[in-house]
Design a protein around this ligand. Structure first.
Ligand code: MG
Length: 131
């Protein structure tokens, strides 16, 4: 599992959803978070403190810059391309998930989700990125 001190970047245009993600992460034991309301601001946060953020949990549908665009930015940046990245999506359409997998997402969670689902996804993602 990820070190519980891992700093998690939580990206969602809905403040309520960011709080839900953070609450679930806190229940799992994490306590270090950075928030961003869209992919563009998230990218700024990653670029300004790339050594401190160790995991990204990002919504898909957001104004300005989507989660998919953020993912593509991360995966094409030499310093950040191995960043663990989980996409949150309300859309269960196979085509969106396929697009995210092709762009190199480590995992995805369909909203709404439980703390147990998030924990399992985090464990799976850790196994995948540390393999
Ligand atoms: Mg959204």
């Amino acid at each position: 599992m990820f070190d519980l001190n891992t700093r998690i970047l939580v990206v969602d245009d809905m403040n309520t959803m960011r709080k839900i993600v953070i609450k679930a992460c806190r229940e799992i034991g994490f306590s270090n978070f950075v928030e961003a309301p869209d992919g563009a601001i998230a990218w700024e946060r990653l670029s300004n403190s790339k050594d401190e953020i160790g995991l990204v949990i990002s919504d898909w549908n957001m104004p300005n810059s989507t989660g998919l665009e953020l993912l593509k930015n991360v995966r094409t940046d030499d310093g950040m391309k191995a960043m663990p990245f989980i996409l949150l999506t309300a859309e269960s359409e196979v085509v969106q998930v396929k697009e995210a997998l092709e762009a190199g997402v480590d995992n995805y969670i369909v909203k709404p989700f439980t703390t147990d689902i998030l924990k399992r996804k985090l464990q799976d993602t850790y196994k995948k990125v540390s393999a």
